[in-house]
Design a protein around this ligand. Structure first.
Ligand code: NFE
Length: 462
């Protein structure tokens, strides 16, 4: 007998998603991952000044705003042929790095942990499933203490963003041409002090906590597995010209690794609420028109593919390419990789603070070109982020965005092949279809962001 199981809305995620499963013989035999609202930022950008693109695209999402600012700034710099000063590059790396720390600490403690730790009998820990938790009350108590400390640590990380970017979320310090805040001695001292508080928490609490979860729920190294297809776009330029990256790009497939290129990237819309067109259209083609009523469609996310295949993006993919974590591709591997990445990021941020030069410039002036096109590429909190910018008469005539959650939460493609989260859920044993705790654990291991995945605020009524 086949049973339909619906988990929706997916809570403890950035905006809402929806997972529909068919369970047969205690296992998932079919799965659909949906994002149920339309956004359309690309359309809002048409006709605007390209210098506004970082500020506009940041509003796609509060949890990864600096990633969008970075990609948009890179796109305009690439088009204008402008190189920021060394300080500009370092400051942007620091704002973005602090925002990633904010995200990862928040994800581990506030979004993922309640899947494994019961917590006290009060909100936000209830309501919750009754079964599937296995930590002792004593260990749970320590986790809950750390949970509340993590709220403060995540706030301190946001303060770092604010010190250099003016506000958080949606910092104004990342612009085409560099950054906006000169790093004087007081700023540098403040950055160092706050970073050391965050780094200590990550080393002494978050890392051992992740280890305890991994040891207590070892079956999650087997659950949430999918084929080894991992994709990374480089992040954190080592130099202002962006030739090499502290987190390099790469494409891993069944044991082989290759450089990431733009040309093999396509977007399929057969199962998305957009006007149909083949998934072979080039990326610089116009944004497809929304079609909220379309047979066979089940999500507002398009399906990005690389060489026609579904690739997973995120901290696990990044650490794999970097050679710092290569255990497996499962729900627990994703969780551990995200925590591990925080430690590495703190080391890099210390180095960037040391390299700041107080009396040197932070911004390179430039003239906005009238015509042209360019990509802005970076790795965001959740993985590969791509912006495409085309200018005509000095205004944006076309803008395309492919976000990490679009990669991970994509629906089936033109050939009917599932997206990464769908792949990860297929075959999962569901102990109790009334309490499918396994689904939340696997889905949250990808750190879902449905805001970015669908990138308007209101579902179209046309
Ligand atoms: Ni809304 Fe985002 C990140 C981007 S999407 S969180 O990270 O881009 O996955």
């Amino acid at each position: 007998m086949t049973e339909k199981v619906v988990v929706g809305p997916i809570t403890r995620a950035n905006n809402e998603g929806h997972i529909e499963l068919r369970v047969e013989g205690g296992k998932v035999v079919d799965c659909r991952s949906s994002a149920l609202f339309f956004r359309g930022f690309e359309m809002m950008l048409e006709g605007r000044d390209p210098r506004d693109a970082p500020y506009f695209t940041e509003r796609i999402c509060g949890i990864c705003s600096s990633a969008h600012a970075t990609a948009a700034a890179f796109a305009l710099e690439n088009l204008a042929g402008v190189v920021p000063p060394k300080n500009g590059n370092l400051l942007r790396n620091l704002i973005f790095g602090a925002d990633i720390l904010q995200n990862h600490v928040r994800h581990f403690y506030m979004l993922a942990l309640p899947d494994y730790v019961r917590g006290p009998e009060r909100p936000p820990f209830v309501p919750r499933y009754k079964h599937g938790y296995r930590l002792t009350p004593e260990v749970e108590g320590r986790f809950i203490t750390h949970y509340f400390e993590a709220v403060n640590i995540s706030r301190i990380a946001h303060e770092l963003v604010t010190t250099l970017g003016g506000k958080a979320p949606f910092p104004h310090g990342i612009v085409a041409g560099g950054a906006t805040v000169p790093p004087d001695a007081a700023v540098i001292l403040d950055l160092r002090a706050k970073l050391s508080v965050i780094a200590r928490f990550i080393k002494e609490k978050m890392t051992p906590d992740a280890q305890i979860i991994a040891e207590s729920y070892p079956e999650y190294f087997r659950l949430g597995r999918r084929p080894q297809r991992l994709l990374v776009i480089g992040a954190f330029p080592k130099e202002p010209e962006r030739k090499t990256f502290h987190w390099p790009g790469g494409v891993v497939e069944n044991g082989t690794m290759a450089n990431f290129k733009i040309d093999p990237v396509t977007e399929h819309v057969r199962h998305s609420y957009f006007e149909d067109r083949p998934g072979t259209e080039p990326l610089d083609a116009p944004v497809p028109k929304p079609r909220p009523v379309k047979p066979g469609a089940y999500t507002w996310t398009m399906a990005p593919r690389y060489q026609g295949k579904a690739f997973e993006v995120g901290p696990l993919a990044r650490l794999w390419v970097l050679g710092r974590y290569r255990r497996g591709v499962s729900a627990m591997d994703r969780l551990i990789a995200r925590v591990t990445e925080c430690g590495h990021l703190c080391e890099l941020m210390r180095q960037w603070i040391d390299e700041l030069a107080p009396d040197e410039p932070v911004f390179t002036r430039f003239e906005t070109p009238e015509e042209g096109e360019a990509y802005g590429l970076t790795g965001a909190m959740r993985g590969a982020l791509l912006h495409y910018l085309r200018l005509e008469k000095g205004r944006i005539s076309r803008y395309r965005i492919i976000t990490p959650s679009a990669w991970n939460f994509s629906p089936r493609d033109d050939a009917g092949r599932p997206g990464p989260v769908e792949e990860a859920l297929l075959g999962t044993p569901i102990a109790d279809p009334k309490e499918p705790i396994e689904v939340g654990r696997i889905v949250r291991s990808f750190d879902p962001c449905y805001s970015c995945a669908t990138h308007i605020i209101v579902r179209s009524s046309s």
